[in-house]
Design a protein around this ligand. Structure first.
Ligand SMILES: Nc1nc2c(ncn2[C@@H]2O[C@H](COP(=O)(O)OP(=O)(O)O)[C@@H](O)[C@H]2O)c(=O)[nH]1
Ligand SMILES: Nc1ncnc2c1ncn2[C@@H]1O[C@H](COP(=O)(O)OP(=O)(O)O)[C@@H](O)[C@H]1O
Length: 201
């Protein structure tokens, strides 16, 4: 389970989309949210857009692996898709905030790799939020005001990437993914493989 978090506008969605194109063994966990769809977003691909009543029903039916309130909306990770991807042997990418990351770490620390994406500067963060041009001035101001709060959680993450250049940030996440896949405990069947080698096979 690979988690990418960042203050809004630092670039995690852009990094995630590129990663998914380049890494066929990686699947995105599609969250449910009560926030409105942005231009360019597709329902069921970027998010499952649901109303607050439906979100509450999902909570009551225990359908979430984790959920949290971020800004003025609710966001949650549906369990079913994650279970399906794990059963297929794929890795899963989560674009979730620090609250969700803490909940996943609490339940499955060994299976979790977390990456926090920082902007190169506050000015650049604000510029990116404006150039994305998909939120109202009021929403941008709210997201800027929350950025310092969100960034205070950087030290809870395994890896930190300062997103200067998009290509090198994507390559950095790919390097993390590659190294983490090589970890001894993640290589299934290794004990038998080495046993065979020692027996001369
Ligand atoms: N805990 C949690 N956070 C989520 C989930 N989905 C999205 N988020 C976070 O909610 C925040 C707002 O997301 P969004 O409205 O798409 O704006 P963005 O940060 O500009 O991409 C981001 O920090 C996301 O990482 C989820 O399922 N659970
Ligand atoms: N390294 C980068 N350099 C310049 N612009 C970037 C970079 N990474 C992302 N952006 C731009 O910044 C804006 C916010 O990025 P986005 O991926 O939506 O952020 P987040 O998902 O963290 O809120 C988008 O317009 C995106 O194209």
């Amino acid at each position: 389970m690979l988690v990418l978090s960042s203050p809004s506008g630092a670039g995690k969605t852009t990094i995630s989309r590129r990663l998914l194109e380049l890494e066929p063994q990686l699947a995105l966990s599609v969250s449910a949210t009560t926030r409105a769809k942005r231009p360019g977003e597709t329902a069921g691909v970027d998010y499952h857009f649901v109303d607050p009543t439906e979100f509450n029903l999902m909570i009551n039916r225990s359908e979430f692996l984790e959920y949290a309130k971020v800004f003025d909306n609710y966001y949650g990770t549906p369990k079913a898709q994650v279970a399906r991807e794990i059963a297929r042997g794929r890795d899963i990418l989560f674009d979730i905030d620090w609250q969700g990351t803490q909940q996943l770490a609490h339940n499955a620390r060994e299976d979790l790799v977390s990456v926090f994406v920082l902007p190169p500067s506050t000015r650049e963060l604000e510029r990116r939020l404006h150039t994305r041009a998909q939120d109202s001035a009021e929403v941008v101001a709210k997201r800027m005001a929350k950025a310092a709060d969100e960034m205070s959680h950087w030290a809870e993450y395994d890896y930190i990437i300062v997103n200067h250049d998009i290509d090198s940030s994507v390559e950095s996440v790919r390097a993390i993914l590659r190294a983490e896949r090589l970890r001894r405990q993640r290589q299934i069947g290794l004990t038998d493989f080495v046993k065979g080698l020692r027996e001369g096979q």
